[in-house]
Design a binder for this molecule. Structure first.
Ligand SMILES: [Zn+2]
Ligand SMILES: [Zn+2]
Length: 338
C-alpha cells in the first residue's frame, strides 16, 4: 500500500514533481513549470519559466520579487478544474494567507491533495480552509506536537488592547510577519473596535497596499517614516518581528514590545524575540486542527512535510493510517514568524 501515489507525484531535488503533468509544486529551484500554493518565500520563489497560481499569489510574488519574477504567469481560479497533461488539477482555499491554495491532483482515480500551509481558525483576510476529500493528503507539521494548541485569537488581541489601555504613556510595537500575519492582526484589531491610526514600518507598506487593492479596508494607516518616532507615545506601531530587536526600535521613547507568533507558546522563543508581550497568533494549524483536518479529508495515506514530522506520523499510524515523512528540505525558512 505504501507509496501508491508515487505514479502521480514524486520527490525530486527541486521538490514535489508530477510526471503526468510535467510540473513541480512549490519547487525550491527554478523549473520550467511551477504550481505555487501561496506567496510565502519558502514556497514561492523567483526564476521559474511558467508559474500557475491564484491571481493574489501571482501579485504577491510580483510585489516581493518584481514584475519579472517568471517568464509566463497563468492565473487559476479556486475550484475551477483544469487538465495539465493527463492530470486533473484544481486549487482550493487553504485559509493560510491571501490567495493561499491547496492543490488537488487526480489521475486514474487517485486523488492527492497538497495542502501547502493551512489553518482552520478565523482570518478576515483570506477565504476559509476548505476540506477536500482525497486518498492521499500531504500536510505540513509546523506545530505538530500536542503542546501546541493556539488559544482563541480574539483573546490574544484583547491582551494587546488591554495593555495599550493600561500603559497609555508607552508606544506599543507589534512584531508580525509582513505577509498575512500583519494584515490579519490589523483586521482583527479593527474588529475589536480599535479605530486609532496604526503606524507601519516601511517593510509592511507594499503588502498592505496590495491587500487594499484587493478591496480590504484596514482603517487609517500611516507610515512610521512620516513621523517623529518620539511623538508616537500611546500609539500602535506594526513592524516585522526582527525589527523589535534592531536599532530601528531604539528611536522610539518608552515602548512595550509585542510579538505575534505560534512560537510565543514557547517562553524561550518569546525571550529570544525580545517580546515582553507574547501573543500566540499563528497562520498555521495547531495540533488539534492538524489531527482534525487529517480525519476530515478521509485520506487513508498521509505524507507529512516540514516541521515536527515524526510526532504527526506517529499519531496517524495510531489512527490506522499509512503515513510517512517527506523530509522536504527548504520549507519552513520563515517559521520563526509562523
Ligand atoms: Zn506559509
Ligand atoms: Zn511554509
Amino acid at each position: 500500500m505504501q507509496n501508491k501515489g508515487v505514479s502521480v507525484l514524486t520527490q525530486t531535488e527541486a521538490g514535489l514533481y508530477c510526471p503526468g503533468g510535467d510540473f513541480h509544486i512549490d519547487p525550491m529551484r527554478p523549473v520550467p513549470r511551477a504550481l505555487i500554493t501561496h506567496g510565502h518565500a519558502d514556497h514561492a520563489r523567483a526564476g521559474h519559466d511558467t508559474v500557475l497560481a491564484t491571481e493574489e499569489t501571482l501579485q504577491i510574488m510580483a510585489t516581493r520579487y518584481g514584475e519579472d519574477f517568471c517568464a509566463t504567469r497563468q492565473t487559476v481560479i479556486y475550484n475551477d478544474p483544469l487538465r495539465i497533461g493527463d492530470v486533473g488539477v484544481s486549487f482550493h482555499p487553504a485559509g493560510h494567507v491571501l490567495g493561499s491554495a491547496q492543490i488537488r491532483l487526480e489521475k486514474s482515480g487517485q486523488r492527492i491533495v497538497i495542502s501547502g500551509d493551512y489553518k482552520r481558525s478565523a482570518d478576515p483576510t483570506c477565504l476559509p480552509f476548505e476540506v477536500v476529500p482525497c486518498d492521499i493528503f500531504i500536510t505540513e507539521a509546523t506545530f505538530a506536537l500536542p503542546v501546541f494548541r493556539h488559544p482563541p485569537v480574539h483573546d490574544e488581541i484583547r491582551k494587546l488592547l488591554s495593555s495599550m489601555q493600561l500603559f497609555p504613556d508607552k508606544t506599543h510595537m507589534l512584531g508580525a510577519y509582513t505577509l498575512g500575519k500583519a494584515q490579519r492582526l490589523v483586521a482583527l484589531i479593527r474588529e475589536a473596535g480599535f479605530d486609532d491610526i496604526i503606524y507601519l514600518h516601511g517593510a509592511c507598506e507594499a503588502l498592505f497596499a496590495l491587500y487594499q487593492s484587493f478591496g480590504f479596508d484596514f482603517g487609517q494607516l500611516s507610515p512610521v517614516a512620516d513621523h517623529d518616532p518620539k511623538s508616537l507615545t500611546g500609539k500602535l506601531v506594526l513592524c516585522p518581528p526582527g525589527a523589535l530587536n534592531d536599532i530601528w526600535s531604539r528611536k522610539f521613547g518608552d515602548t512595550i514590545k509585542a510579538c505575534a507568533s505560534g512560537w510565543m507558546r514557547v517562553r524561550a522563543r518569546a525571550r529570544q524575540n525580545g517580546a515582553e508581550l507574547p501573543l500566540i497568533v499563528s497562520d498555521h494549524a495547531d495540533w488539534t486542527d492538524l489531527c482534525r483536518t487529517i480525519r476530515d479529508t478521509g485520506a487513508s495515506e498521509i505524507w507529512v512535510t516540514h516541521g515536527q514530522e515524526d510526532a504527526l506520523v506517529h499519531w496517524c499510524r495510531g489512527e490506522g493510517l499509512d503515513a510517512k515523512p517527506l523530509r522536504l528540505i527548504g520549507y519552513g525558512d520563515e517559521e520563526p514568524a509562523a
